[in-house]
Unconditional design. Structure first.
Length: 269
């Protein structure tokens, strides 16, 4: 069939040109018909290809949807199975943990005993801590001047040495040397007042010749044989007096201890 475009071309050619050109017009019409047929065939091919691609896409989408639905269903099944297993485990645990009244009473009794024990231990620990703190505070107040008192002992020793250096003649007859007698009296009065201060603050002197040797209170500097008047393991000579500060040894007494005299057999040997 001749298309509308061919008809228009024929009409125009008839009007403008003579009849002898009919064959040329025919060739042009045939070429136009061939072009139109080829274009329709190409369009049909393109339409078939596009329909195929669209159908493939639809099939892929359907497959994806089916996979998603299957995966969601499997997930739901897994959740349901996990839920059922958890419920069964809880039920089994509850059945296993059920206790008889005797067991409950025994358990509560042990818990009460343990709680009482913990409470008593905590109270005892707090009481011990309080007593230790109280004792530390008391010791700090009582022995706060211990180091200061220990430093004053050397002063007392020097005053006593100055008194001992004065000759006995001057002590008995002051008119021999009035200046030395005045110095002696002043030093003696100072030493006496210092001893009073010591006694008022709990510092007492100890250590005399003939006292029994005590290693906790005396410091043995040397040993000396007994002359018969002193017993062994006693103080034979006092070098420096010791002092006590309340119930503590402020300074041990330095002395020489007496040992037993060697027998006649030992001497001959």
């Amino acid at each position: 069939m001749i298309s509308s475009l061919g008809r228009i071309i024929i009409k125009n050619s008839i009007k403008s040109k003579p009849v002898n050109h009919f064959y040329g017009i025919r060739k042009s019409i045939v070429s136009q018909m061939e072009l139109s047929n080829s274009s329709t065939s190409y369009y049909s091919l393109f339409s078939t290809d596009s329909s195929k691609t669209t159908s493939n896409k639809e099939e892929e989408e359907d497959n994806v949807k089916m996979n998603e639905s299957s995966s969601s269903s499997t997930n739901e099944e897994k959740k349901e199975t996990e839920k059922t297993t958890n419920e069964e485990a809880k039920l089994n645990q509850e059945t296993e943990t059920k206790e008889t009244p005797e067991q409950i009473i025994k358990r509560l009794t042990t818990e009460l005993k343990d709680s009482k024990d913990h409470m008593l231990r905590a109270l005892a620990e707090s009481e011990n801590t309080r007593q230790i703190a109280q004792r530390d505070v008391k010791n700090a107040r009582t022995y706060a001047v211990q180091s200061f008192a220990k430093q004053l002992l050397d002063v007392s020793d020097n005053l006593q040495r100055a008194i001992d250096c004065v000759p006995e003649d001057v002590k008995e007859h002051p008119e021999i040397d009035p200046h030395l007698d005045a110095l002696y009296k002043g030093v003696s009065m100072t030493n006496t007042e210092l001893r009073k201060v010591f006694n008022a603050n709990g510092i007492t002197e100890f250590g005399e010749v003939g006292d029994e040797f005590n290693p906790h209170k005396h410091e043995a500097m040397f040993q000396m044989p007994s002359d018969g008047t002193l017993k062994p393991n006693t103080i034979g000579q006092l070098l420096k007096s010791g002092y006590m500060f309340k119930d503590r040894v402020l300074r041990p007494a330095q002395c020489g201890t007496v040992i037993a005299a060697p027998s006649n057999t030992e001497k001959t040997e």
